[in-house]
Design a protein. Structure first.
Ligand code: ADP
Ligand code: MG
Length: 368
């Protein structure tokens, strides 16, 4: 049963480019693990080392308990799907899908059966006799997927397989990929730069940045408990507000601009233990900022600069003494442009980042 482990795996390219640094990661048997990160962070390099297409500079790659650093790609038995699905233009869809079986000298009857099964799964049965140029982008990508799943490899490796498609097709196909994985239960290494896609195909997401894994968890974990400032900024549909802050050691409060935010005793203790009081950053998502009412003693004064209507809600961007702050406000109670407002920041959903970017305190931890 395939289970893949990366132990301190690094990749350097000639010229000193460190594409992957000290990667530690396990893809469990039958799991679809998603690696999510911005362009250039080392995702494809990682996948190519796993595929055997790129040498490993240092560290160990272990498949089912055996070190496979030097195992040739052909011997690894991994099926790949890339963003640029290379279909054979002169072959019909049927033959494109059948190719891996033909190459392995599978019997003709068995090929017929397998190709038709796969075509049915991917809803392309009607296109089997067409050539790729007569298909839409989404249909072509399905054919590429079909070619990967027509046999039963040890693992599937997918490198931004939906990257080129129009938005609505991406949404459709990512659901398809999840269903396919639930049905086949094959160990899959899936790469994307799109957080919605990551969350749609997988329950476990590894966030990568500058060659390093930053955090592994569900999208909710990444949103609620980001390990560091990078994850907090990268994840989320709206950019997180990041405001300079200072801890007051005396009374255990946090100063954010003109606001003194009272920390719980547990929060104060953890901040003290972290031994960093200066260069702190207070992070709060726009969804956790609201218009303050009379009860809110500690509110941030501001003036409405920009309104971005989004239907039921409007993103209100205000100029405050600590910089621009955005808030998601129900559209029916939105203030006017230029109006003076007071903002309430939900402390129990806030994060405090140290100068080095590490997360000292997630609001959701405050009970602890
Ligand atoms: N063959 C190569 N030679 C030199 N540098 C490379 C090569 N492939 C990738 N890189 C560099 O390694 C880094 C990571 O690239 P890559 O793994 O393709 O990232 P991603 O897939 O996340 O966009 C980038 O800085 C890229 O320019
Ligand atoms: Mg890539």
């Amino acid at each position: 049963m395939p289970r893949v482990e990366f132990h301190n795996v690094s990749k350097s390219y000639p010229g000193g480019i460190r594409a992957v640094i000290d990667l530690g990661l396990t893809v469990e048997d039958g799991e679809l693990l998603c690696v999510l990160g911005p362009s250039g962070c080392g995702k494809s390099s990682t996948l190519r080392m796993l595929a055997g297409l790129e040498s490993i500079t240092s560290g160990d790659l272990v498949l089912d308990g055996a070190r496979i650093n030097d195992l040739p790609a052909q011997a690894r038995d991994m099926a790949m799907v890339f963003e640029n699905y290379a279909l054979y233009p002169h072959l019909r869809v049927f033959d494109n899908i059948a190719m891996p079986l033909v190459a392995r000298r599978v019997q003709r009857g068995e090929i017929q059966k397998r190709v038709h099964e796969v075509a049915e799964t991917l809803h392309i049965t009607d296109h089997l006799m067409k050539r790729p140029r007569h298909l839409s982008g989404g249909e072509r990508q399905r054919v590429a997927l079909g070619r990967a799943i027509v046999r039963t490899p040890k693992m599937f490796l997918m490198d931004e397989p939906l990257g080129h498609l129009e938005a609505y097709l991406r949404v459709e196909l990512r659901a398809e990929i999840r269903r396919l994985h639930e049905r086949l239960g094959a160990t899959t290494f899936y790469i994307t730069h799109d957080q919605e896609e990551a969350a749609a195909v997988s329950d476990r997401i590894a966030v990568m940045h500058q060659g390093r894994i930053q955090q592994i968890g569900s999208l909710l974990d990444l949103l609620d408990r980001p390990a560091n400032r990078f994850v907090a900024e990268f994840i989320g549909s709206l950019p997180i507000n990041l405001l300079a802050a200072t801890a007051n050691e005396g009374d255990g409060s946090l100063q954010v601009g003109p606001m003194m935010l009272p920390l719980s005793p547990a929060q104060a203790t953890r901040l003290r233990a972290a031994r960093s009081h200066t260069g702190l950053t207070f992070g709060i998502r726009p969804e956790d900022v609201a218009l303050a009412d009379q009860e809110h003693a500690a509110a941030l004064p501001g003036r409405v600069a920009v309104l971005e209507p989004q239907g039921d809600n409007t993103v209100v961007i205000a100029d405050t003494p600590v910089g621009r702050v955005s808030a998601v406000i129900p559209s029916r109670s939105v203030p006017a442009q230029g109006e003076r407002i007071r903002l309430h920041l939900a402390l129990d959903h806030a994060h405090i980042f140290a100068a080095d970017g590490s997360n000292l305190l997630s609001g959701v931890d405050r009970k602890g």
